[in-house]
Design a protein around this ligand. Structure first.
Ligand SMILES: [Zn+2]
Length: 263
């Protein structure tokens, strides 16, 4: 018999949930995506990674910290990958509506804090907009944890990978190799860095002026990065490096008060 706190909200009964002290504590909703990740990774990749990273972080929380994970939202907004078969995307409107409905239920149950743990860059704008609307509509304190939280590599990376590798490249491939190597086809792994027009300033993906890019505009196989140098060891190193940081963020959020008021 274990005395560790139950971290999965949906493992509790409604009476257990009613009885929780909710003044402090945070409910966490992982939000993934089902979308192409090159010819070598499963379309489940983003959902798999966000779920696994949260699972790695939760046991690191001290017992007194109140944090409860919801089952993941497997689908996200992935229409930049629509032209690759197997991508299953929600529209921004649908995703927004789902987030609002879940938030309303979290609020109705009496919780005060909700965090979206995001596993996919295409969800970011929707989650951030929804979080503010939810804050205003329900009074919940609402947070967005981004996938960058688990992409801080504790090993050297090439300049190209650091700047241009963000999808199905070294890091994501290494993580899936560490988590479920049977899902990876390394013999199909490729290296691809998109060639952007030289403008003298950093534009396009993450620069001062962004373009509404589609993955197939820039990569014929959907890879942005060098998947060929991925290893399970790098994946394990990433998980070990990032899980404590995620746990620290969750702990900080769990007692956060707007306006910085003390507990
Ligand atoms: Zn991904």
């Amino acid at each position: 018999m274990t005395t560790s706190p139950i971290r999965h909200l949906a493992h509790l009964t409604w009476t257990d949930i009613q009885a929780l002290d909710k003044h402090v504590g945070v409910v966490i909703l992982p939000v993934g995506a089902i979308e192409q990740h090159g010819p070598h990774l499963p379309t489940l990749t983003d959902t798999l990674l966000v779920t696994h990273m949260l699972e790695a972080a939760l046991p690191l929380l001290p017992d007194h910290v109140q944090a409860w994970a919801l089952p993941p939202l497997n689908y996200g907004k992935s229409n930049e990958h629509t032209n690759f078969p197997g991508t299953m995307s929600l529209s921004a409107q649908t995703l927004t509506a789902v987030l609002h409905d879940i938030a309303a239920s979290v609020h109705r149950a009496g919780f005060r804090r909700l965090a979206f743990m995001n596993g996919h860059g295409g969800n970011t704008a929707v989650l951030e907009a929804a979080a503010r609307d939810i804050r205003l509509a329900t009074g919940l304190m609402c947070f967005c944890l981004q996938a960058g939280l688990y992409m801080e590599a504790p090993f050297d990376m090439t300049e190209d990978e650091k700047k241009l590798g963000f999808h199905a490249g070294e890091l994501e491939t290494s993580l899936v190799l560490a988590i479920d190597p049977n899902l990876v086809h390394m013999e199909r792994a490729v290296k691809h860095f998109a060639h952007y027009p030289e403008t003298g300033t950093r534009l396009f993906y993450f620069g001062a002026a962004s373009t509404a890019w589609l993955a197939d505009d820039w990569s014929p196989h959907g890879v942005f990065g060098d998947a060929t140098i991925a290893t399970a060891e790098k994946g394990h190193a990433l998980i070990e490096n990032c899980a404590p940081k995620i746990a620290a963020v969750i702990q900080a959020i769990s007692t956060f008060e707007v306006g910085g008021k003390a507990e």
